[in-house]
Design a binder for this molecule. Structure first.
Ligand code: OVM
Length: 404
């Protein structure tokens, strides 16, 4: 083999650990290094191939035939290791099995179906913001707004009963940790796996769900034969797994962005119709879901190097969302940019099916805040919490200047 060919097929190697707590808390230095090292980097610690440039992440996301999901979108290969729970029929499935559940959930969460929630969620947001501000102009924006709002809005929309709702966030956190290696974060959740899984699984039963929510709509689709009665509870489980922590940390990203960029808050106050764009820009800038894996269905050429069949590929959504080759001034949170094309919700056939729900939640909360807040400022250090997949928070100490 010539030297040139050898260089062409062997990717650069890094022994970095993307799942080390320090890196999870501050991932940007690793993202920069990986983008600069090459279009594909072999991560020797985990025997996986990393993509951190926008071009390659986007290409892998849309190429579902060669970058498969059915063997799991975490580090573990379901064909070699038993998954911690029965696989998701959406996230961890490839066509054709993926398609019926996807089509059903897409319709249930599509903008026309969400119209009747809009007014309600705007009222829920106004009530919450009024309550919080009536108490004090200083509060923890993470717990009081970013956590509280989705918990008041989303479980009711699913049709979840009242009992045990405090388990929703811990279950999601656990599920997102489970995509990573079996590190100390996974070990810390281990004692709750059985309890939290049993609770969530029981909530997915038809009888546990109210008659007017997303959950009931999923079961009705099974009655029509649009998906099977075995798939229905797993699709409800997808809502409960993917629908809470993601929006909580997405809203936290918005609050953090506005507390650190008061001129952007001013811009939103002048043009509240930018609320949805602001949310997408916050999702681009922070990437609440940082990474997902795929599995190579065959030997795949990526920018001249070969990723071997059955290899796991780690896609850095957060790195792609700040790739200077794709974005001007990528580290800036900027409401004048067009954030469309960001991969914070993924791209292609698995792109977040709940993204319209997330945008509606963000629009409701940001609009309620625009009416009452002239300015946010941080009164202390915002605290992040490491998670193997999520860019997550525990505290955002805020002071607000109320609208006069
Ligand atoms: C699922 C699912 C979908 C997206 C993200 C996710 C835990 C889970 O179908 O269960 O994260």
């Amino acid at each position: 083999m010539t030297e040139a060919l050898e260089r062409a097929v062997v990717p650069p190697v890094s022994d970095a650990d993307p799942f080390a707590p320090e890196t999870l808390l501050d991932p940007e230095p690793l993202h920069r290094a990986l983008r600069e090292t090459g279009p594909v980097v072999y991560l020797s610690r985990y025997d996986v191939y990393a993509l951190a440039r926008y071009e390659q992440v986007h290409a892998a996301l849309v190429d579902w035939q060669r970058f498969e999901s059915g063997a799991g979108v975490g580090l573990s290969d379901f064909r070699r290791e038993k998954p911690w729970r029965p696989p998701s029929v959406l996230l961890e499935a490839d066509p054709p099995r993926h398609d019926a559940p996807r089509r059903v959930l897409r319709e249930i969460l599509a903008p026309p179906a969400l119209r009747r929630l809009r007014e309600r969620w705007h009222l829920v947001a106004e009530e919450l913001v009024d309550q919080v501000l009536a108490e004090s102009a200083e509060f923890d924006g993470f717990t009081m707004l970013a956590e509280a709002f989705p918990l008041r809005a989303f479980p009711d929309a699913v049709g979840l009963g009242p009992q045990g709702r405090e388990k929703l966030l811990p279950y999601g956190t656990m599920a997102f940790n489970a995509f990573g290696p079996r590190n100390e974060l996974v070990a810390a959740d281990a004692h709750r796996v059985a309890e939290l899984s049993a609770w969530v699984n029981a909530r997915c039963d038809r009888d546990a769900l109210s008659e007017d929510g997303f959950g009931a709509r999923i079961w009705e689709a099974a009655d029509r034969g649009d998906l099977t009665h075995e798939q229905a509870p797993l699709v409800v489980r997808s809502l409960l797994t993917a629908g809470v922590d993601t929006t909580v940390h997405g809203l936290a990203a918005c609050l953090y962005a506005f507390a650190t960029h008061p001129e952007e808050w001013q811009r939103l106050c002048e043009r509240p119709e930018l609320a949805r764009v602001a949310f997408d820009e916050a999702v681009r800038w922070q990437s609440p879901v940082q990474t997902f894996f795929r599995t190579a269905a065959t030997d795949v050429a990526v920018a001249g190097t070969i990723v071997p069949k059955d290899a796991k590929i780690l896609m850095f959504l957060g790195a792609a969302n700040r790739d200077p080759a794709r974005w001007t001034d990528p580290d800036r949170f900027d409401l004048t940019r067009d954030p469309s094309g960001h991969v914070g919700f993924g791209m292609g056939i698995h792109q977040c099916v709940g993204q319209h729900v997330a945008r509606l939640e963000a629009e409701a909360l940001l609009t309620a805040l625009v009416r009452r807040v002239d300015r946010f400022e941080l009164t202390g250090t915002p605290r992040r919490h490491p998670n193997n997949t999520l860019r997550s928070w525990t505290s955002l100490p805020l002071r607000v200047q109320p609208v006069a």
